[in-house]
Design a protein around this ligand. Structure first.
Ligand SMILES: NC(=O)C1=CN([C@@H]2O[C@H](COP(=O)(O)OP(=O)(O)OC[C@H]3O[C@@H](n4cnc5c(N)ncnc54)[C@H](OP(=O)(O)O)[C@@H]3O)[C@@H](O)[C@H]2O)C=CC1
Ligand SMILES: O=C(O)C1=N[C@H](C(=O)O)C[C@H](O)C1
Length: 243
């Protein structure tokens, strides 16, 4: 049984994870939210899960490092600076960072990689996502994860080949670009489609999250899996044996 500490414990995901822990084999070691220091919590648990905000990341990483425990980072909207901080911390503790902890999206990313590798650059790739009205970042972490899978299969850098936020006279689509479109509204837990658009035909690979429990279950599974792993950076595909 692992003792899991929750950062962002008052939030939608924090509460869903607490529910999974209350019903499952692992234990909730407590939680912290905005304005609370995670250092003490880190000393009292075997692993941390972070579903809070990018601004909290540096303090959360320091707490995990000081306690010598692993951390699963589910927070999205991370930039280059945050990814650099994760890389640095992963030299001393195991870290799993992912935009989506669900089994279904982890498999979807695998399928997108396969499709992008087989279809080649003449097929245009567009990632479409829809989330609830409270979501603050776009494109979603999942959309970026799926875009990264496609870019990796094509041997290109997503940062240099993405098109998002199209509006106005944008000009034609750049050849080889990976496009992103984000919709927001209602209570949608998470809808993602990767569209491969070729000459006179399209392939669409999709995932629908019916509620947050799929993310919460994956987060607990991932955090427990990290315990005892060597320092380094991991993904959900490692947890599920898809790496
Ligand atoms: N990887 C995955 O599978 C998933 C990732 N997510 C991501 O997880 C994050 C949280 O999502 P969700 O639970 O819906 O969002 P919420 O806004 O419901 O929850 C975030 C919580 O973190 C709190 N918080 C803000 N700043 C800090 C801080 N500095 N330290 C500790 N806590 C803080 C917020 O407080 P306050 O409200 O006062 O600001 C809030 O209680 C988002 O980035 C989201 O995209 C979500 C679902 C699945
Ligand atoms: O904020 C959310 O709700 C979600 N965030 C993650 C993302 O940005 O992809 C995962 C999931 O889609 C729900």
């Amino acid at each position: 049984m692992a003792r899991i500490g929750i950062i962002g414990s008052e939030g939608r995901m924090g509460q869903a994870i607490a529910q999974v822990l209350a019903e499952g084999e692992h234990e909730c070691a407590g939680g912290v939210d905005k304005g609370q220091n995670p250092a003490q919590l880190a000393q009292e648990c075997d692993a941390l899960v972070d579903f809070s905000a990018p601004v909290a990341l540096a303090e959360n990483l320091s707490a995990a490092q000081a306690a010598g425990i692993p951390m699963l980072i589910g927070t999205t909207g991370l930039g280059e600076r945050e990814h650099g901080a994760i890389d640095a911390a992963a030299r001393s503790i195991p870290i799993l960072q992912t935009g989506n902890t669900s089994l279904g999206v982890t498999l979807l990313a695998h399928l997108v990689h396969e499709a992008a590798a087989r279809l080649g650059p003449d097929w245009d790739i567009e990632v479409l996502e829809m989330h609830h009205r409270m979501k603050v970042d776009a494109p979603s972490g999942t959309a970026l994860l799926l875009g990264e899978a496609a870019a990796d299969a094509r041997g290109i850098a997503l940062a240099d080949n993405s098109e998002s936020g199209r509006d106005g006279h944008t000009g034609q689509r750049a050849k080889g670009a990976i496009g992103f479109a984000a919709l927001r509204g209602g209570t949608v837990a998470g809808e993602h489609s990767v569209i491969f658009a070729g000459e006179q035909e399209r392939i669409t690979l999709s995932h629908s999250a019916e509620n947050r429990m799929i993310f919460a279950r994956g987060a607990v599974k991932g955090a427990a899996w990290l315990i005892g792993m060597a320092p380094g950076r991991y993904g959900m595909k490692d947890v599920l044996g898809l790496a």
